[in-house]
Ligand binder design. Structure first.
Ligand code: HEC
Ligand code: HEC
Ligand code: HEC
Length: 371
């Protein structure tokens, strides 16, 4: 650098932001994609968007000044870092744009951003660390670098703690679905909100066709069906309140999974029928007995159930950018077997249901009988 060191303090502060972006970009790639990882990615995006223009100006100015000066040993690493900054800014903007306004984000651009980040990020880190250590203008060099970095890390930590507190779940009630054979993987009920909101699958623009097909389908109305409501009411009157759980395993599974006692009339959760999420969160379907399956609770993304439309948009962008958890939770592979449909689409009436057949034993192979 020449004697005019005016741009150095801002370059060092800018470098701190560069280091934060490099590190926060690595974490969602290295760590399993949980909510804290999502928060780190979100902060990476916010800081990145806010930094593009000021950092580009600072780095250009710094590069020009260095160019006027006689070349030092670390000059070329500076040039490569600058090129890297441009590549990362452009690919980052493209990714965020696709995440917000697109439907699917191709993995190819992820790879471009990641490889550019790894290669140029490493060169940039070397340039910054070496440059700061060797600087002929040492006043405040470490403080100028450390302060913005510490601020970003503080915001990250506070956000992570807040998310940790708000995500803590109260202890859920033990699941008791008898006489239905339905179960949950944890043995506890699943909060209804985790299984509802089929609209969001359509509204996000990702699954609009499937959603439009589901809206008028029998699966949507399996709980609200007026014939069902009448027959269930008679059945509950004859057998007692708890008996309705038997019907609910197939007709209003969300009411059952959330621990409702299945009243004779229909409730808001039964209006949702077999939702997208419920069907896709169903595991281990078995044709023995009735509704013999295991329901699982999906892991919602950050802000997935927020009441604010803006935050829901953020959540959808996070899903598009890193759909790993989403795909794992709603994996259609578990729904491909014949048993999947058969777990509801056949009847077996045991003694618990109509009081006169022999007791159903889950381990016993039983011949399906018609309703
Ligand atoms: C009755 C249960 C059921 C319901 C309700 C349901 N699905 Fe599916 N879904 C399936 C099955 C079964 C498959 C196909 C599995 C296969 O053959 O690949 C599937 C496949 C899919 C696929 C394709 C997955 C892939 O890997 O190709 C998507 C996306 C999907 N469903 C979304 C939805 C959405 C959105 C809704 C709600 C509007 C919904 N599903 C409602 C059972 C269901
Ligand atoms: C094992 C799953 C299962 C259970 C348990 C079950 N049903 Fe069903 N029910 C179905 C399926 C699947 C259909 C659709 C059959 C078809 O049309 O092929 C159906 C159809 C119906 C229909 C006809 C709906 C129409 O509009 O045509 C009524 C009514 C009904 N069920 C009432 C009940 C009642 C009341 C109970 C509890 C006493 C009950 N079901 C228990 C799976 C079940
Ligand atoms: C969670 C239980 C459940 C699962 C799993 C399930 N269904 Fe259903 N399905 C029902 C119920 C209940 C009804 C009847 C709704 C009503 O009419 O009230 C129904 C209705 C239907 C109907 C309409 C039948 C008619 O007579 O109108 C079709 C078609 C159907 N299901 C196909 C499938 C297929 C194919 C699969 C597997 C991919 C499947 N279902 C999985 C519970 C289920």
């Amino acid at each position: 650098m020449n004697n005019d060191s005016a741009s150095l303090p801002s370059s060092r502060r800018g470098s701190a932001i560069f280091i934060f972006l490099a590190l926060s970009g690595l974490i969602p790639w290295l760590v399993r994609y949980g909510v804290i990882s999502q928060w780190i990615l979100l902060l990476h995006i916010i800081v990145g968007l806010a930094a593009i223009i000021p950092l580009t100006v600072i780095f250009t100015k710094h590069g020009r000044e260095a160019d006027r000066d006689s070349p030092t040993r670390w000059w070329s690493t500076g040039l490569w870092s600058g090129i890297g900054w441009a590549a990362l800014s452009l690919s980052g903007l493209w990714l965020v744009g696709k995440g917000i306004w697109g439907v699917f984000v191709p993995y190819r651009m992820h790879s471009v951003h990641l490889v550019a980040g790894l290669a140029f990020g490493a060169v940039g880190l070397f340039h910054v660390v070496y440059g700061v250590a060797q600087s002929k203008f040492p006043q405040g060099r470490y403080a100028q670098l450390a302060r913005p970095l510490a601020l970003c890390i503080l915001i990250l930590a506070v956000g992570a703690v807040v998310i940790g507190i708000t995500r803590r779940q109260e202890t859920l009630a033990i699941a008791n679905f008898i006489p239905s054979n339905a179960r949950t993987d944890t043995g506890r009920v699943i909060p209804a909100k985790l299984l509802l909101s089929s609209e969001s699958c359509g509204a996000s623009g990702c699954h609009s066709t499937i959603y439009e097909e589901w809206v008028p389908s029998a699966h949507h109305f399996s709980g609200a069906d007026p014939f069902y409501a009448v027959i269930k009411a008679n059945y509950v009157k004859a057998q007692g309140a708890g008996a309705g759980k038997y019907c609910a395993g197939c007709h209003e599974p969300i009411s059952l999974m959330s621990g409702e006692n299945i009243p004779a009339h229909t409730s808001p959760t039964s209006q949702a029928g077999s939702s997208c999420v419920f069907c896709h969160a169903l595991r281990n379907p078995d044709v023995k007995g009735n509704a013999n399956y295991v329901a699982t609770a999906p892991n919602p993304y950050l802000f997935e159930f927020s009441s604010s439309p803006v935050l829901r948009k953020v959540s959808q962008a996070l899903i598009r950018l890193h759909p790993e958890q989403h795909k794992l939770d709603y994996d259609a592979q578990h729904s491909q077997s014949i048993e999947f449909c058969g777990t509801c689409h056949k009847q077996y009436l045991d003694k618990r249901v109509n009081g006169w057949r022999r007791d159903h034993d889950r381990t016993e192979q039983t011949a399906p009988a018609r309703c």
